[in-house]
Design a protein around this ligand. Structure first.
Ligand code: HEM
Length: 462
């Protein structure tokens, strides 16, 4: 196991580190508040927050939703100044964070005063993961967070299960490619996602869960209900069936799975180890989306693909490898198209901002694309894996593919191991021709929305 946590990318490492307050807030006019609701919040909700929606994503790409949203927020920042932009909606106070250092400040001061367990997240998630760390408040949060970090081995680039991860990812990728070759030679989202779901079930619950598509479907239905947040219908029968099935897998604690690691990790009486697993299962989706988009980037960017192949050429790919450049490509995929576009926090008490104060209960909206695609960054709309290797990302506030601060994704290292292994396995013996290569040209700014459901590749043996 290697302990090698890099500096917190995206947190304040510059002059703003440790500062007590941010910029003074401004209040949006009623017209601008309505524009933010229609142009930033509504399209994100339509795309699906808890589980991505097919039609919403297609429309978002067609209408360049993220381009419009980032342009609107940039224009409002120019007009109102860099402080959080206040608006009231549905009887609540919100503040849209417009400055990268302010975003870093909010994330660093999590969970107190800025709790990640916001009302919307709790309403959406407590129906099926009431004890998940993300929606836990109070002292139990620390305990659940430490447990997640321990089992997922946060801070260790090579998880102790890395040999199993590599074997499993390579086996399932081999089968995916075998099926494509036996069929029309193409790989679309549905086939890719099915293979990735099998991989995720094996890694999380053990090999015997490989073909349990029912548990994934049950979780999918619970998540789809969660997309409606406070308006979500209650699905208690479904939740009970899902929980029973999950317990059945976890009780086996199959050797080589996260379920076995979970069973072996010490846990206090209030922790509910099994209650952490629905989040893991559903978060693997984001990893699949990020990897498929990485494949799309590499299928159109010859220079970066050559670098990935160089890295692969000197490594034994059947054993765990760090593959830093390949990992950086996955990080770029998530920078360019964050799978969690909104990072949400809710203040548990009044907070000081410049010369003003924002009341307790204010919802803070951090829209990651605003910072990841800031026009002033020279690499804003280009595939630039180098920024994750040469220190640039570490010293840029608010590059947040895996968030930042004490609620940063504890699955990051495991995800980057699994997805870089996947990309290497896909590229080992095949090249890929995307169905619409014009979408991601290296000589043009990359689009700010990319509908992964619509990606399709011809897999050509090399
Ligand atoms: C590409 C894949 C993934 C991305 C981009 C991602 C990103 C994120 C982000 C942005 C957050 C923080 C949200 C916030 O600050 O409010 C988060 C939280 C979390 N992620 Fe991930 N995630 C991924 C996959 C995973 C996987 C596979 C697991 C588990 C196996 C996982 C476990 C968690 C947990 C437990 C939290 C809650 C942390 C807390 O509240 O302290 N993630 N993830």
């Amino acid at each position: 196991m290697s302990s090698d946590r890099r500096p917190e990318a995206g947190t304040a490492t510059g002059p703003e580190a440790g500062r007590a307050t941010g910029h003074t807030p401004a209040r949006a006019s009623a017209r601008d508040a309505a524009r933010i609701a229609a142009g930033v919040i509504a399209p994100t909700l339509a795309g699906g927050v808890i589980v991505r929606r097919r039609t919403g994503m297609a429309l978002a790409e067609r209408y360049a939703a993220d381009r419009r949203a980032t342009d609107l927020l940039t224009a409002l920042r120019d007009r109102y100044g860099p402080g959080p932009l206040r608006l009231d909606a549905a009887g609540r106070h919100f503040a849209v964070v417009l400055d990268p250092a302010d975003a870093a400040h909010v994330l660093a001061a999590t969970p107190d005063p800025y709790s990640p367990a916001t009302r919307e997240k709790r309403a959406a998630l407590e129906r099926f993961q009431p004890h998940g760390v993300l929606i836990t408040r109070g002292p139990e949060r620390d305990e659940r967070r430490a447990f997640n970090e321990a089992v997922l081995e946060y801070g260790h680039r090579l998880h102790s299960l890395a040999p199993v991860v590599v074997r499993t990812v390579r086996e399932e990728t081999g089968k995916l490619l075998g099926a494509a070759t036996a069929g029309d030679g193409e790989i679309g989202w549905d086939a890719f996602a099915a293979a990735w779901d099998r991989t995720a079930r094996r890694l999380t619950l053990g090999d015997r869960a490989r073909d349990d598509t029912r548990i994934t479907a049950q979780l999918g239905r619970l998540r789809a209900a969660g997309n409606w947040s406070v308006a979500a219908p209650r699905r208690s029968g479904l939740r009970d069936r899902f929980t029973r099935r999950l317990r059945g897998h976890l009780d086996r604690a199959e050797t080589g799975s996260l379920a076995a690691a979970l069973a072996a990790a010490p846990a206090g009486p209030e922790l509910d180890p099994a209650g952490q697993v629905p989040h893991w299962l559903f978060a693997f989706d984001a990893a699949g989306i990020a990897a498929f988009r990485t494949l799309a980037l590499l299928s159109t960017h010859a220079r970066q693909t050559a670098q990935v192949r160089n890295e692969m050429a000197v490594a034994d790919l059947t054993a765990p490898q760090l593959l830093p450049y390949t990992r950086a490509c996955v990080l770029e995929s998530v920078r360019l198209w964050p799978t969690t576009p909104f990072l949400l926090r809710e203040s548990v008490r009044a907070t000081a901002w410049g010369s003003a104060e924002l009341p307790a209960g204010t919802g803070f909206l951090i829209y990651a694309p605003l910072f990841h695609r800031d026009d002033t960054l020279p690499y804003s709309d280009r595939l630039t894996p180098e920024i994750w290797l040469d220190g640039t990302a570490d010293h840029t506030s608010a590059l947040l593919p895996f968030s930042a601060g004490p609620a940063r994704c504890p699955g990051e290292d495991l995800v980057l191991l699994a997805t870089s292994t996947l990309i290497a396995a896909l590229l080992e013996r095949h090249t890929y021709l995307p169905e619409r290569p014009g979408r991601l040209r290296p000589d043009r700014p990359l689009p700010r929305t990319l509908d992964h459901f619509g990606l399709r590749f011809a897999a050509l043996p090399r």
